[in-house]
Design a protein around this ligand. Structure first.
Ligand SMILES: Cc1cc2nc3c(=O)[nH]c(=O)nc-3n(C[C@H](O)[C@H](O)[C@H](O)COP(=O)(O)OP(=O)(O)OC[C@H]3O[C@@H](n4cnc5c(N)ncnc54)[C@H](O)[C@@H]3O)c2cc1C
Length: 449
């Protein structure tokens, strides 16, 4: 690869400094690492267009990068690929259309920053991954990220109205419309969303927004064991309380880690539910008391802990992974999801799979969506033992009607297992789409499908 042949407009934006290349050769937390051949800090859509055209003519692989917080190697460059950095410059809100509840943004904008700005307009962008302080909208769209509030509002895909992208063919396209709904042609927006940068590189994204609820409150309820907690999740998910906007679950090790690393005061208990309730200002106490009545059969311990600022609760919850890493060292992380009625079986079965090991995984997750995260010390296992455990976990998940990843994506680390979930013909059709939109395979090779 000869970076001296880059179009003149890009030359001052290329970084070849060894320390910078090292920093961009891995993500911030996972154990996947690669080798960046260069970093280009793009400043506008034309830069992206000329970079992709150059990469096509030179057959150079390129990888888009937002916050670098993905957990399965999604943003890691392999084989000296050039990293296209969006977070440094392409990180602005272009326009907020308050009347139609839409925002046009650059991909490198941090999720939480967008939400802070939207508050001034009485609006919000609902997907709130635990990483919302560090992850970008481009990364969120590309991984179809989700968060606690996705229980009510859905994953990122539901909030993407249109995408401006440069495809692997070198063509710049605008997919989507400003209209609330459309039946025109194929839904290319939802094809690009969740494609992990393998089909096109986004240059701007039109997001759909929601009005801020009048009142939101966070509440944590301690329960005597994990089984009670998982069954309570199913009951809540079938309840008529449309006011519940998030149902999260944490086990004792997560509660301990948050309390000791971040000095929080979560109730010390075998398991904890974290819920968010939306209501009108006057209806709040009625909703809360019906909710607590409904959970009586599961033996709640002590008084619930309330967070008047629900975002403060989600900020704390979002630090679970970091707290576990700080306390126990480098972790392996997983992210399986099943239909919510099978969530208790997923948790019980996963615990059984790990019961003959010394790993003591931590269990938590976006339980209302049937999404379980489990994390354990990755240095305690040989590769073959890890592979055997993961195969058992994924086989259980698929048998329960679930998926290998609820929100983090496949990246490179889950690629060897994908065929356990997706059949050969379905995988082939995905690869044919890849061939049509990225015929030379220059966009994020080795990832996704
Ligand atoms: C502490 C912590 C908590 C987390 N909690 C959650 C959670 O609750 N829910 C969740 O879903 N995830 C979570 N994650 C995972 C991660 O934050 C998400 O996957 C997030 O969406 C990644 O965003 P990013 O900006 O960091 O993207 P990156 O990691 O930089 O990139 C992710 C993918 O997006 C692609 N991409 C980036 N920019 C573009 C672009 N302009 N065009 C095309 N493709 C692009 C990259 O090529 C890559 O494939 C967590 C991670 C951490 C470290």
């Amino acid at each position: 690869m000869d970076l001296t042949k880059l179009p003149p407009a890009l030359k001052g934006k290329v970084i070849l400094d060894k320390d910078v290349l090292n920093a961009y050769s891995s993500d911030i937390l996972s154990n996947v690492s690669g080798q960046a051949g260069g970093v280009v800090r793009v400043t506008d859509a034309d830069d992206v267009h000329s970079l992709v055209s150059w990469a096509l003519s030179e057959s150079v692989p390129i990888v888009a990068r937002g916050g670098g917080s993905s957990l399965d190697g999604e943003c890691v460059p392999f084989g000296g690929a050039v990293v296209v950095d969006f977070a440094t410059h392409l990180n602005k809100i272009i326009d907020i259309d308050k009347e139609n509840m839409l925002a046009l943004v650059q991909p490198g904008l941090i999720n939480r920053e967008l939400n802070r700005r939207l508050e001034e307009h009485g609006l919000f962008f609902p997907p709130n991954p635990g990483s919302w302080e560090i992850s970008t909208v481009g990364g969120n769209v590309s991984t179809n990220a989700a968060g606690p509030r996705s229980y009510r509002y859905g994953s990122t895909k539901s909030w993407v109205q249109a995408i401006d992208a440069v495809l692997g063919t070198g063509k710049r396209v605008w997919y989507g419309t400003r209209a609330r709904k459309s039946s025109s042609g194929l839904d290319m927006v939802r094809l690009l969303a969740g494609s992990e940068g393998t089909l096109g590189i986004f240059t701007s994204i039109l997001l759909r927004l929601a009005p801020l609820p009048q009142k939101r409150v966070g509440v944590t309820i301690a329960l005597p064991d994990i089984e009670a907690a998982t069954k309570a999740v199913v009951k809540l998910a079938h309840s008529p309380f449309i006011a519940i906007s998030a149902i999260e679950f944490l086990d004792e090790s997560c509660i301990d880690a948050l309390n000791s690393v971040y000095s929080s005061s979560l109730p010390e208990s075998p398991s904890l539910l974290m819920l968010e309730i939306e209501s009108t200002a006057s209806g709040e106490s009625e909703v809360l008391s019906s909710l607590l009545d409904m959970l009586t059969e599961f033996g709640p311990m002590g008084e619930p802990l309330y967070f008047d600022d629900a975002n403060a609760m989600w900020d704390l919850r979002g630090k679970t992974t970091l707290a576990l890493e700080k306390l126990y060292g480098p972790r392996f992380r997983d992210d399986v999801a099943v239909p919510v009625s099978r969530f208790p079986e997923l948790v019980q079965g996963s615990r059984k799979i790990f019961s003959n090991t010394a790993l003591h995984p931590s269990f938590f997750g976006h339980a209302g969506d049937g999404n379980l995260h489990l994390e354990f010390n990755r240095n305690l296992l040989s590769k073959s033992k890890l592979d055997a455990l993961l195969s058992s976990l994924y086989s259980l998940t698929v048998d329960l009607g679930g998926t290998l990843t609820g929100e983090h994506g496949i990246g490179s680390s889950k690629l060897p297992y994908l065929k356990m979930e997706i059949g050969g013909a379905a995988l082939n059709s995905m690869r044919q789409i890849k061939m049509a939109l990225d015929p030379k395979g220059i966009l994020n090779p080795g990832k996704g499908y």
